[in-house]
Ligand binder design. Sequence first.
Ligand code: DAH
Length: 354
Amino acid sequence: MATDDTSLETFLRRIEEFEQDATPALRDAATPEELEAARIRFLGDRSGLLKSIQRELGSLAKEDKPAGGRAFNQVKTRVEALHEERGRALADASRGASSGRDLTMPPRRQWSGAKHPVTLVIEEIAEIFRELGFTIALGPQVETEWYNFGALNFPPDHPAMDAHDTLYLRDDILLRTHTSPVQIRTLQRFPPPIRILAPGDVFRRDFFDASHAPMFAQIEGLCVDEGISFVDLKTMLTNFARRFFGAARTRFRPSYFPFTEPSAEMDVECQLCKGAGCPVCKQTGWTEILGSGMVHPAVLESAGVDPEKYTGWAFGMGPARIALQRYDIPDIRILYDSDVRFLEQIARPAGGDA
Ligand code: DAH
């Protein structure tokens, strides 16, 4: 045995001291800089204390090497783990501190946006008509009296034009009372054939009650081409109702609108009582869902379309009313309340039943 061999005892004391010194230095490092200084001192690659102890391992007597190596590795593992652990803790703390967050606070609930029931209905209707070749057209919410009434064949003394029913901004400037002016604007810009769907908000001087609102959405439909007849109207709208409401029965009732002749309202079997009669359908078994008719020749003419060559049909419906039916909502005001507890129930599964 060579005389300059380090004794095992000395070696073991050395690593024990090493651990005793390194442990508090690493564990109590207050900043990343302090931790790094301690790392270099104890665990550094070149001049680190652990390295010099490792060199001493080489000068142990052969029979002492296994025991010395084992002790060395155990200490090395513990001290390195301590360094890593302190590094993570300091990084976490600095992330929390720099964002000004109190990491002990319980997290806030995450909200994700969802579509409003009326938007869901509009999108579903638009999708069905898209398959039938209809595109979306939009028009302004502030209209002239001519687009809103005159071009649509309202006689000058029609009661709808009364200031009690319409919100006028100036003499002949108003908030549109329906989406029908989009018919005129589209026909002026594009030659037939035309197939459009025009969703948008409309305004009336109505009180806010369970079934009325001063602002609500409408969807206008317009189809103008050569040889279009009432058969096209009935076929398209019946097909739509079947797609949208399932196998529900429909019926057409004669009606009157200045801009259509003849005019008809379409009813769908009440979704709630399946035609048996209930308070929602006022015991009739039917719900009115839209007004429609053949576009009046005077309307085509005011938009610059030759009524001798072209005919067309149109409809207007209120998606809010349809949403009430579909989602079994008793009061239209709920749709305007922005009460998330209610909206959440419907909006989450897009298009699904509540
Ligand atoms: N504009 C009508 C309203 O607001 C709805 C309407 C009825 C539109 C018949 C149409 C239609 O295009 O043909 O009450």
